[in-house]
Design a protein around this ligand. Structure first.
Ligand SMILES: [Zn+2]
Length: 161
């Protein structure tokens, strides 16, 4: 009997001990949950701030020094595609995507590239005389008037870039 009583006491003791330990871990876990929630909230706030800053950077009112952002949307698209070379001209379709039979310009003088249209293609000579800048760099990265002229020139050629 004495032996059993001792076992009972020790079980009881262990039970209280376990209960205390559980409580300890519960508090620890609870604190951990709060810390994780706070970290997640901080990350979300940082992401929102980054998105707001990026939107502000792209907005014309915050880019008065950059003429690209002063262009109308359709001209922005043309200039962006000409600058990056990712466009619907034969050269990109043929060499990068492999879906056009040839990269040649209809004038057959060279590959149909940004440089060819804006600078050298004889088919566009009559239209090109209206665009004032001489260098390709100025046509793509010049002031607002240069960029507008380049975009208008592309529209007049009837090419889809
Ligand atoms: Zn040509």
């Amino acid at each position: 009997m004495a032996h059993l009583r001792n076992v009972g006491k020790s079980m009881c003791h262990n039970y209280i001990h376990c209960f205390k330990t559980d409580l300890y871990f519960y508090r620890q876990c609870h604190n951990l949950k709060i810390i994780i929630i706070i970290i997640i909230i901080i990350i979300i706030i940082i992401i929102i701030i980054i998105i707001i800053i990026m939107m502000m950077m792209m907005h014309p009112h915050f880019n008065k020094a950059n003429p690209y952002y002063q262009l109308q949307r359709s001209h922005q698209v043309i200039i962006f595609r000409l600058r990056t070379g990712h466009n619907r001209l034969n050269s990109f379709f043929h060499t990068k995507l492999g879906i056009d039979a040839s990269d040649q310009c209809p004038c057959l003088s060279a590959a149909l590239t940004t440089d060819n249209i804006l600078q050298t293609c004889p088919n566009c000579d009559h239209l090109r005389s209206k665009t004032r800048p001489e260098t390709l760099h100025r046509k793509l990265y010049g002031n607002l008037s240069d960029l507008q002229n380049s975009a208008a020139f592309i529209e007049e050629t009837g090419l889809f870039v």
